[in-house]
Design a protein around this ligand. Structure first.
Ligand SMILES: *[C@@H]1O[C@H](CO)[C@@H](O)[C@H](O)[C@H]1NC(C)=O
Ligand SMILES: *[C@@H]1O[C@H](CO)[C@@H](O)[C@H](O)[C@H]1NC(C)=O
Ligand SMILES: *[C@@H]1O[C@H](CO)[C@@H](O)[C@H](O)[C@H]1NC(C)=O
Ligand SMILES: *[C@@H]1O[C@H](CO)[C@@H](O)[C@H](O)[C@H]1NC(C)=O
Ligand SMILES: *[C@@H]1O[C@H](CO)[C@@H](O)[C@H](O)[C@H]1NC(C)=O
Ligand SMILES: CC(=O)N[C@H]1CO[C@H](CO)[C@@H](O)[C@@H]1O
Length: 730
């Protein structure tokens, strides 16, 4: 990883400035021969000068120091220069989430709060291959105001209390992202019911484990997921009530067939119960900052999910840090919520939006844009109707948007493609130099921008590393900053986020004002804080946002959370390097390092990142066994590009399965990847020597990737064990 230096950051501003002012001076000299002409052109020239100066200022700002180690020692914790003292709250006095919410209700009472689109119609579309896809036509967003939502929160909380729910007893949430999810969460915060979240896409074993371990008696879910819970009903003896949110397609919920001890109620029934005179006036016991707000089960890359215990104080601290990097957040913004709320990134983003009066319109990955798979052709996707200004995304969604745009451009014909490429290249240079391109933004890039509604002013990526190429592409095409953050559930999603004025890509930014970050030597991997040109090591976070540990798992908690120097630290297992301006770059992961037979280390993640760059590759898992002398790869090929390659090779078949099993095609893909690997300057031993084309795609419900689409290496390994044995020739 020695070529991680960013050559662009070395370029001096004065050179560019100099060149341009010399240019302007030359023109001036020429014009002075004709004073009239000069008079006419003067405004133009001053405009040019102003833009040059502005660009230079922007560039200088981009290169300013953003964080420092406390005493100049690279092994000491780095803190943001904006906040030598760690910041722990957004608003004075709001030290719990329910106070944050009450403040917002007071300020924004009649403003839009949560929005959901109505379903106009649903139909089945039969594909040529016989598969049936559900397509929907959706209407306008229907909004609940802050006051509406607040009323529901009180009713729901009192209804739960009437059903025997007690403060400090867990309430479980297994549901997909939607307005009712947030209403329930805010209810739990207000009534001090710790909210246990589990990803809706987890397998039944993991779900049963989470529900049972949490000992929750009241479980929230959406009607569509009731069958999934029914299948595990025998393994969750403590559950007494299952409260479901109505199906979005208004179909009746399947409430039959549950064991006698479990009562099934709709959310509306519970809210109605809370408004009855005998229930409505019970005293509410609000939480204190150290009370548990959330127990968030994370789908770890290995084993059963672990519950991370997050106190009110932790979430408040993390959000104070994150919101500081979103300048201007307020009632003028609109946020599109579609990522899983059981993910800390989405949960803290949405709670923050509500705290600042920003309305949230709900969506889903399948209905996001006009081109999304569940949207009926010719009707509008959620982004086109909502026209959000802020959006969070995980890299896999950004990669999908990137590929959609590129495919569209490629299909548009030679002329269009050439024009796009020229404009893109031109704008790229200007953007990297800090110059603005208002005309290009409003002409050529307008149609691209309109894919997401046309008003996006900032995108935030988190959850997994975003490639520098994709980050820059989104930045140029959508004409807005694309921030990249780094954080974990264990740190409340806090850690780092790049700043709006940072023009570089591929880094995750400086520590947030709510936490500090230090690097710790990892000898086995050969990373130390003495490394040149940059200090490197395991990333370790400290601050008020460090959570209380893993639920009912003191052993793992003691391993990952440590008290050092009077502070609490979380050991992430990720490897990073600090650049001179105090920005962090993620370069490796401890678990991803495999030692080959001959003693060389292969960083699986690094090799994957390099090879994924090719359009033939939709997903890839590199595997290396310590008793072998080479690495191999499992590749999910891109349909369009693999078919294109097979057509060129004049293969007889067109069947996907047969294509993936074709040994000649396998060799051809390997050849392409070797070329990519050489261009990316991978070492010989890092390049996979054999590969398997995998015909199925890896989605969270296959259990092969996590909800954030991180590879689950163990599961992939056992799923493809026969292929791995074949590739290793045994
Ligand atoms: C449920 O949890 C209890 C302990 O809390 C444990 O003894 C039991 O085996 C668990 N049951 C299942 C089905 O996981
Ligand atoms: C942008 O910077 C590059 C080198 O950093 C330089 O070659 C180019 O002329 C600059 N372009 C503008 C428009 O300033
Ligand atoms: C044009 O797009 C760039 C990013 O691609 C952005 O920095 C700039 O602010 C945009 N300018 C206007 C006027 O929208
Ligand atoms: C991906 O490809 C682009 C050019 O297509 C190149 O600039 C970039 O460095 C590549 N990224 C990696 C990680 O190899
Ligand atoms: C298909 O292959 C041809 C020939 O190599 C290439 O020019 C074309 O761009 C490819 N099409 C796609 C969609 O990649
Ligand atoms: C759980 C935890 O580590 N809480 C700490 C958060 O930070 C404050 C001070 O900033 C500490 O007092 C808490 O112990």
């Amino acid at each position: 990883m020695s070529q991680c230096t960013d050559p662009k950051s070395k370029k001096a501003t004065p050179t560019t400035m100099h060149m341009l002012s010399a240019h302007v001076a030359g023109v001036l000299q020429y014009l002075s021969a004709s004073p009239l002409l000069l008079l006419a052109v003067l405004p133009l020239i001053s405009l040019l000068l102003v833009s040059v100066v502005l660009a230079a200022i922007k560039l200088a700002m981009s290169r300013r120091i953003r964080a420092r180690p406390q005493d100049g020692n690279p092994a000491a914790p780095y803190r943001s220069v904006d906040s030598p003292e760690l910041k722990t709250m957004m608003f004075e006095e709001c030290d719990t989430i329910d106070k944050l919410w009450s403040r917002a209700v007071g300020l924004y009472a009649t403003k839009k709060c949560l929005g959901t689109r109505e379903l106009l119609s649903e139909e089945d579309e039969v594909q040529p291959n016989g598969k049936v896809f559900k397509k929907v036509i959706l209407g306008e967003y229907k909004w609940q105001t802050y006051t509406d939502v607040d009323r529901r929160i009180v009713s729901l909380g009192q209804g739960l209390a009437a059903l025997g729910q007690k403060p400090r007893n867990n309430v479980l949430m297994l549901a997909e992202t939607r307005a009712d999810w947030m209403v329930t969460a805010q209810t739990c915060f207000k009534f001090n019911y710790p909210l246990v979240t589990i990803y809706a896409t987890l397998g039944e074993e993991a779900i049963a484990h989470g529900i049972n371990e949490s000992e929750a008696t009241h479980v929230f879910t959406n009607a569509e997921l009731l069958p999934k819970i029914k299948n595990v009903a025998g393994k969750i003896p403590k559950v007494q009530y299952i409260i479901y949110m109505d199906a979005l397609n208004n179909k009746p919920a399947a409430t039959e067939g549950f064991p006698a001890g479990i009562q099934i109620l709709s959310m509306a029934q519970v809210e109605e119960m809370g408004t009855r005179a005998e229930n409505a006036n019970r005293p509410i016991q609000p939480p204190v900052p150290d009370d548990l707000a959330v127990i968030m089960y994370t789908s770890g890359s290995t084993g059963l999910p672990k519950g991370v215990m997050i106190a009110h104080r932790n979430l408040i601290g993390g959000m104070a840090g994150q919101c500081d990097r979103i300048p201007g957040l307020g009632p003028k913004d609109t946020y599109i919520g579609y990522l899983p709320l059981a993910h800390v990134l989405e949960l803290s983003a949405e709670i923050s939006c509500l705290a600042f009066g920003t309305p949230i319109g709900y969506s889903s990955p399948l209905t996001l844009s006009d081109q999304s798979s569940k949207i009926k052709r010719g009707s509008k996707g959620d982004a086109s109707v909502l026209r959000p200004t802020l959006m969070a995304a995980v890299p896999v969604i950004m990669d999908r948007i990137y590929k959609t745009v590129m495919d569209k451009v490629n299909e548009g014909g030679k002329w269009k493609k050439a024009m796009f490429n020229v404009a893109y290249g031109y704008k790229l240079k200007l953007v990297e130099n800090g110059s603005d391109t208002p005309l290009l933004n409003r002409s050529l890039f307008k149609p691209v921008r309109s894919i997401l509604g046309g008003k996006i002013r900032m995108m935030l990526s988190g959850g997994a590393p975003l490639s520098a190429t994709t980050q820059r592409f989104m930045n140029v095409c959508f004409c807005c900053p694309v921030l990249q953050g780094y954080g974990l559930t264990e740190t409340c999603g806090a850690g780092t986020v790049t700043e709006v004025d940072d023009l570089t890509t591929g880094r995750v930014g400086a520590p947030l004002i709510c936490n500090e970050i230090k690097l710790v030597d990892w000898d086995e991997g050969g990373y130390t804080t003495e490394d040149k040109p940059y200090p490197r090591g395991e990333i370790v976070l400290g601050g008020p946002n460090i959570t209380m540990g893993y639920y009912k798992n003191p052993q793992q908690t003691a391993e990952d959370f440590r008290e050092e120097g009077g502070n609490r630290w979380f050991y992430t297992g990720d490897i990073g390097e600090f650049h001179p301006d105090g920005c962090l770059k993620i370069i490796d992961r401890k678990k991803d390092l495999v030692k080959l037979q001959a003693g060389e280390y292969v960083s699986l993640g690094k090799v994957e990142a390099a090879l994924k760059n090719n359009s033939l590759v939709d997903n890839i898992c590199v595997y290396a066994s310590s008793d072998q002398h080479y690495a191999i790869a499992l590749v999910v090929p891109n349909h369009k590009h693999l078919k294109n390659l097979s057509a060129k090779m004049e293969l007889k078949t067109d069947q996907w399965e047969e294509l993936c099993n074709d040994p000649d095609l396998e060799k051809e893909v390997l050849k392409v990847l070797h070329k990519v690997a050489k261009e990316a300057k991978l070492e010989r031993f890092e390049i996979p020597q054999k590969l398997r084309l995998c015909s199925e795609s890896w989605t969270p419900d296959t259990g092969l990737v996590t909800d954030a689409f991180k590879l689950k290496r163990k599961n992939l390994q056992s799923h493809y064990s026969q292929d791995i044995a074949r590739l290793y020739g045994s």
